[in-house]
Ligand binder design. Structure first.
Ligand SMILES: [Zn+2]
Length: 396
């Protein structure tokens, strides 16, 4: 048995693959199955285990990927966004440096226990976090050329903004399983397709058809497969299809004057073209003189706001590290996103109506196992970070 972050895991006896499909709102799978585009998933949903799980809030990529590989919420692993206001230095920084990680990953522990472990991620931003402390193969599709894997994957280097970036992850995973047969593999895609295309559209179905084909190949190789997602995805538009944004920095500057509040959007990362750094979660740092309770209730009364929590309440409800969030946490509703100041968002790259995530409305994600597991409580609050527990303790 392995003990990692207060959970116990059995060592794998069969090749084990956990797949995090970025932005996989459950309806993407349902629509692809309904349209006959995902025959492997259709069979697996019938013969295996199909659950709906909650991801962690903020429903963003990095916090959830780290939760999946640590089996723990952000309060434990420390990664609560892609982007952080570092109070120690007074600067806004990317959170993709492993120095922010507060817990070991299960992947590193499996490698230390002598199992061969491989991690393939679409975007390079996640690579150093996922591979931290891990003795094994870890590379991104984005920089597959630097990793020297293009030859054996047999595909050209994909563009960072393309469906092919995720396909590369699956293709590399299948090749790797064929050639080297690692004991454990973690595959993490990107949500380029999901940001642009709604469930059931031809483009979305094509992505899931491709994914389905690769998963069928891994299944045929005898792998235990658990599929989950880092977060869902929803349209965030007004009736006229323009982005439905509340620019919190502008709102607060108007109420209490500039320099009193600092709005941080943890969705911000180097790849904002497809969402303009607009998501449904924000955190606000207030100066000492600001009336926190009054601002919280005033913000909560705005149309489109789902909830406003104090730091302490947010840390408890969403299991977040209290020292890495602001005085207030704001979550917007399904059709609404939060911005900082309008002037700071470049929306010129939005060539289709905005789809994004970050809030409670994107919390439900699929949790699918290609083995039937009897006796599981479907009404339990499953989490996407139960994926490895299902894979290692129940599916083999
Ligand atoms: Zn994501």
């Amino acid at each position: 048995m392995l003990h990692v972050n207060a959970r116990s895991y059995r060592l794998p006896t069969q090749p084990t693959v956990v797949v995090c499909v970025d932005g996989c709102e459950p309806d993407y799978i349902a629509q692809a199955v309904a349209h006959g585009q995902a025959p492997w998933l259709k069979r697996t949903l019938a013969s295996g285990t199909a659950l709906i799980a909650d991801c962690v809030i903020p429903s963003f990529t990095n916090p959830n990927n780290l939760s999946i590989v640590t089996g723990a919420p952000p309060a434990v692993h420390g990664i609560c966004g892609n982007y952080l206001f570092d109070t120690a230095t007074g600067s806004e920084v990317m959170m993709n440096d492993p120095k922010w990680l507060r817990a070991p990953t299960l992947l590193a522990a499996l490698a230390d226990a002598g199992r061969s472990v491989a991690v393939i991620t679409a975007k390079d931003k996640l690579r150093t976090l996922l591979g931290h402390g891990m003795n094994g193969l870890c590379f991104s599709a984005e920089k597959a050329d630097e990793a020297g894997v293009l030859d054996w994957v047999g595909r050209p280097l994909p563009s960072v903004y393309s469906a092919e970036l995720s396909e590369f992850v699956f293709a590399a995973g299948v090749q790797l399983m064929r050639r080297r047969g690692p004991d454990v593999m973690y595959l993490s895609t990107t949500d380029y397709v999901q940001h642009k295309h709604a469930p059931g559209t031809p483009e979305a179905d094509a992505f899931y058809r491709t994914m389905d084909r690769y998963l069928a190949e891994l299944d045929a190789l005898g792998c235990v497969i658990v599929l989950t997602a880092d977060h869902g995805m929803n349209a965030k538009t007004r009736l006229d299809a323009s982005p439905n944004v509340i620019y919190l920095q502008d709102v607060l500057d108007g109420w209490i004057g500039a320099t009193t509040a600092r709005v941080i959007l943890p969705i911000t990362d180097p790849y904002v073209v497809h969402h303009g750094a607009l998501g449904s979660f924000a955190t606000i740092y207030l100066s000492a003189s600001a009336d926190r309770a009054a601002l919280a209730s005033r913000l909560a009364a705005l149309r489109g706001i789902e909830c406003v929590l104090t730091r302490e309440a947010a840390a408890e409800r969403f299991e977040l590290p209290a020292d890495r969030i602001g005085d207030l946490v704001v979550v917007s509703e399904r059709f609404t996103v939060l911005g900082s100041a309008a002037s700071r968002h470049d929306l010129s790259g939005l060539d289709v109506p905005l789809r994004s995530h970050g809030g409670l409305s994107e919390q439900q994600v699929p949790l699918i196992v290609n083995r039937r597991i009897d006796g599981l409580d479907g009404d339990r609050r499953w989490r996407n970070f139960d994926a490895f527990e299902l894979a290692l303790n129940h599916a083999q």
